[in-house]
Design a protein around this ligand. Structure first.
Ligand code: 5RP
Length: 224
């Protein structure tokens, strides 16, 4: 199986965790895309009453096309379950997200959910976080100063660019990716980043996930 097929099997497996009447946070990315397709099918064939809370415009658009009812996070009373992808997950089930620049909304939806499931292909599992660049969303004002501070700390920062244009997040902020190599203490790093003025949110998702569904060539594995 290639990587996309592994993403497909976990997306299809995760849809079984969604029950009629649920309000469901819908993550972002190429793995979640398969979940949304599978959910669309279930909503149509089983006539399910599901409310989706999307974490990106991309997800919202596709979910709507498939007939899934969509609401903004501030229009719902609670979120039963959120299903999202991840860029890297370590052996303590801590994660890096934000490869698809949606981690601010993804984190807001995740922390307001009763349960979080991550769906990943096996390449996302690692012993220690850090080989995947850590996305940090920063406000544009003063971002060059922040960049210099990251550099001084040895974080190997890089603005996320599209040619010579800064890529903008949903909230019209910039992303700085930190090339850390290895993250020894994710909680300490998370706190250090949060303490820096101008940082809106980093992509460390710590102590958030309840269940991880991993796609392997011989099938899916459910962790936790
Ligand atoms: C977007 C994310 C995604 O969940 C993450 O990048 C995984 O994406 P994919 O499923 O395409 O590999 O955090 O901000």
């Amino acid at each position: 199986m290639n990587q996309d097929e592994l993403k497909q099997i976990v997306g299809r497996e995760a849809v079984n965790y969604i029950q009629d009447g649920m309000t469901v946070g819908l993550g972002t990315g190429s793995t979640v895309k398969h979940l949304v397709e599978a959910l669309g099918k279930r909503v149509q064939t089983e006539n399910l009453n599901i409310v989706g809370v999307p974490t990106s415009n991309r997800t919202a658009k596709r979910a709507k096309e498939l007939g899934i009812t969509i609401k903004d996070i501030d229009q719902v009373d609670h979120i039963d379950l959120t299903i999202d992808g991840a860029d890297q997950i370590d052996e303590h089930y801590q994660g890096i997200k934000g490869g698809g620049i949606a981690h601010l909304r993804e984190k807001i939806v995740a922390i307001n959910s009763r349960k979080n499931i991550w769906i990943v292909d096996e390449s996302k599992l690692t012993k220690q976080l850090g080989s995947f660049p850590l996305p940090v969303e920063v406000i544009p004002y003063g971002s060059q100063q922040l960049f210099k501070k990251f550099k001084k700390r040895g974080y190997n920062p890089k603005f996320r660019m599209d040619g010579d244009r800064f890529i903008l997040t949903h909230s019209k902020n910039y992303i700085i990716d930190l090339g850390l190599g290895k993250i020894g203490d994710p909680h300490k790093l998370a706190k250090n980043l949060k303490d820096m003025t101008g940082v809106v949110e980093h992509g460390l998702f710590l102590d958030i996930v309840n269940t991880i569904i991993v796609g392997h060539a011989n099938g899916t594995e459910v962790i936790k």
